[in-house]
Design a protein around this ligand. Structure first.
Ligand code: ADE
Length: 252
């Protein structure tokens, strides 16, 4: 059976997923706790990525090398920087780019040296399934949770996500990130701190990868406000509803 790794960025978000695991066994490796078990008839391994690109890359390599992960799904939160990407929306990634990577003048800005590319594409089939799971799974959590915290029902987007080792919380930084990316022909919907690293390691190993992020903030001065309340009351139930639906429709 194909082993699916589910990588979460946040402990609260992971807790709900862990409850779904049947016959969980706990393994400590490389400073991380990996949870192996079954979910909806799939072999799964759950882990926290920790924060930032290096931590996420290390987690992903360990998942593949030590736990036999053959597909990788990432769930977490992100700051919305695309037009119309609002708090409470969900973004399914088509591809990732590192907004803080600049190897110029030796390589073009954003290009990953010796990979001949700036963006790392997600797996089309897995991402289409995830998008389907968001569209069918999200309202179950959305109906219930968005009224207290969010003004509108959640929107669903697909596109490029930009990763960097920086929590973006300043409109000037957002403007720079957006304009610089646009100048190189890239239009990002959201910023976060891990996805591009996970995508690159999965690319190295030829492992299908898909990712979703719930928009927790607009990467402005309010970005850190009520972050944990948002994660507990919105992002965690969203992740649980979406991943549960994803597990139901994922082929064995
Ligand atoms: N994750 C959630 N919000 C973020 C932000 N504004 N910047 C980077 N990572 C984030």
């Amino acid at each position: 059976m194909t082993t699916l790794a589910i990588v979460s960025a946040l402990l609260d978000e992971q807790k709900g997923l862990l409850d779904q695991l049947q016959q969980p066994t706990q393994h400590v490796r490389a400073g991380r706790t990996f949870w192996c078990g079954q979910w909806a008839g799939h072999e799964v391994v759950l882990v926290l990525s920790k924060v930032g690109k290096v931590a996420a890359a290390s987690t992903t390599a360990t998942l593949i090398e030590a736990f036999g992960a053959e597909r990788v799904l990432f769930t977490g939160v992100a700051g919305g920087i695309g037009d119309g990407v609002k708090v409470g929306d969900v973004v399914v990634a088509d591809a990732f780019i590192q907004h803080d990577l600049d190897p110029s003048p030796f390589f073009p800005r954003y290009e990953i040296p010796l990979y001949d590319r700036a963006t790392m594409a997600c797996d089309e089939t897995l991402s289409a399934l995830l998008f389907e799971a968001v569209k069918s799974g999200l309202p179950k959590a959305g109906d219930h949770f968005h009224r207290d915290i969010l003004l509108e029902a959640p929107g669903v987007h697909r596109g490029l996500i930009a990763s960097g080792d920086q929590f973006v919380c300043d409109p000037a930084d957002v403007n720079t990130i957006r304009t610089d990316l646009q100048a190189a022909g890239h239009q990002a919907l959201a910023v976060e701190m891990e996805g591009a690293a996970v995508a690159q390691v999965c690319f190295d190993y030829g492992i299908p990868f898909a990712a979703m992020r719930t928009i927790s903030d607009r990467a402005d001065a309010d970005a850190h406000m009520d972050f944990s309340a948002f994660v507990q009351q919105v992002a965690s139930p969203y992740a649980l509803a979406i991943v549960s639906q994803f597990m139901r429709i994922l082929p064995k």
